[in-house]
Ligand binder design. Structure first.
Ligand SMILES: Nc1ncnc2c1ncn2[C@@H]1O[C@H](COP(=O)(O)OP(=O)(O)O)[C@@H](O)[C@H]1O
Ligand SMILES: [Mg+2]
Length: 399
């Protein structure tokens, strides 16, 4: 059988605003160009400096966002994405000429999947939108490679939420296990891909479960005056006590009652949400560790509740595979085990050869591969789009 190997670089910068993850991915295809194997060759992560992180965070807050900063960040972040790609290539053994394309997600500054009114040429329109920044022409210039970017817009143009997009790769990497699997990403936001277990991808569904690390990170940064950006290993949370009444109040958040497909982001769980949480916690006289413990419990409980409401009724769920930076928070994982029904195994994607920082960037590399072949890679049942569409915009190599 004729097999081919394709190499692409996926680059992801998520809502945690922790930095840029670049992965070199090898995709093996058969004579019909079907994907038979996706493997990670190498990866590089570049952490944002506090200055860039603060700047991008400000861009994500209505009222504090400045149009000149936004425009400069669009180009400035291209250098961060290109630096990650070039660092990956510098490690060898592959050269730029071995790579088909850089598949760049960009940095989301605003995601508005729910329709809003916008004036149209003949009356009011109902419009959705999303904005990922980092300019692809500049990345193409800095890397010498073609760049595929703006992966979410085509799905939105077809009425979808533009998210989540990673389920496509989850099916290939973790599917067909003969039993129900939930692939739970815990980045800034939490999102799950549910793989019912058969060899048919049509039953796959996915949605954002709610906050991931975003609230915990903000609480830790506030409580340490920015000296710490996250709760390493979950040690602060583990030393505190969960405040049940605050947890109950947080769980009143209307997002959890929405039926999937649904997606959320920093627009909902950003600064304003955290300020209110801290205000409530202070009125209850909670100490720092208790607030972190409760914020961690909030993430774990919202994931478990999402499974109870929307997964377990349809799927014989046996395994939860956690990926994203939250997989390193052992306190969070222990709470998730505690809140889930007994018998469900909680493990991490590392155990399947997919490092927790790599999964999303790998997903964009695979989506870019599909786009180059003119094949759709959104799953309409997951995003709510009217139809499958080819994702992304191709920026040619600069010659
Ligand atoms: N050792 C660790 N212990 C606990 N949490 C961690 C650790 N490493 C990373 N994280 C968490 O993971 C986040 C980054 O996760 P990531 O998957 O990159 O999210 P995103 O895709 O939103 O950028 C950090 O902001 C932090 O909250
Ligand atoms: Mg990240």
């Amino acid at each position: 059988m004729q097999r081919r190997e394709h190499r692409l670089i996926g680059v992801m910068s998520g809502t945690s605003l922790d930095g840029v993850d670049a992965v070199l991915v090898s995709i093996k295809t058969d004579a019909q160009q079907r994907v038979v194997k996706v493997s990670l060759v190498d990866q590089v992560s570049i952490a944002y400096t506090p200055q860039v992180r603060d700047l991008v965070n400000r861009l994500c807050i209505p009222g504090s966002s400045d149009i000149n900063d936004l425009t400069l960040a669009h180009f400035g972040l291209s250098h961060w994405n290109a630096a990650a790609v070039n660092a990956l290539l510098a490690k060898g053994p592959y050269a730029g000429s071995d790579i088909e394309a850089v598949c760049m997600h960009g940095q989301t500054v605003w995601h508005a999947p729910n329709p809003q009114i916008f004036p149209g040429p003949s009356g009011d329109l109902s419009v959705t939108g999303t904005l990922q920044i980092a300019n692809p022409s500049l990345v193409a210039s800095l890397t010498g490679l073609p760049v595929i970017s703006d992966f979410r817009s085509a799905d939105m143009a077809e009425g979808g939420q533009g998210a989540p997009l990673a389920p496509y790769i989850d099916y290939l990497l973790f599917g067909n296990k003969g039993h129900g699997v939930a692939v739970q990403n815990i980045g800034g936001i939490g999102n799950v891909t549910v793989l019912p277990g058969g060899d048919d991808a049509s039953g796959v569904f996915a949605f954002d479960t709610g906050p991931g690390n975003m609230i915990m990170d903000a609480v830790v940064a506030l409580g340490t005056n920015g000296r710490k950006l996250y709760d390493e290993g979950g040690s602060i949370g583990a030393s505190g006590t969960i405040c049940q009444s605050l947890l109950d109040a947080l769980m009143e958040d209307p997002y959890f009652a929405l039926v999937p497909p649904k997606s959320t982001g920093r627009e909902v769980y950003g600064q304003t949400f955290v300020q209110e949480l801290v205000k409530k916690a202070e009125s209850l006289a909670l100490c720092f560790a208790d607030i972190v413990a409760t914020a961690t419990a909030f993430t774990a409980y919202s994931i478990a509740k999402a499974y109870q409401d929307f997964v377990i009724p349809h799927t014989a769920l046996e395994t939860v595979i956690v990926s994203g930076g939250g997989a390193r928070n052992t306190y969070l994982l222990s709470l998730l085990r505690q809140y889930l029904p007994e018998g469900i195994v909680v493990t991490t994607s590392d155990a399947f050869g997919v490092p927790d920082q790599a999964r999303e960037a790998m997903a964009f590399a695979l989506m870019g591969h599909e786009s180059l072949l003119g094949r759709p890679s959104n799953i309409p049942a997951v995003t709510g789009a009217r139809k499958p569409v080819v994702l992304g915009t191709i920026t040619m190599q600069h010659i």
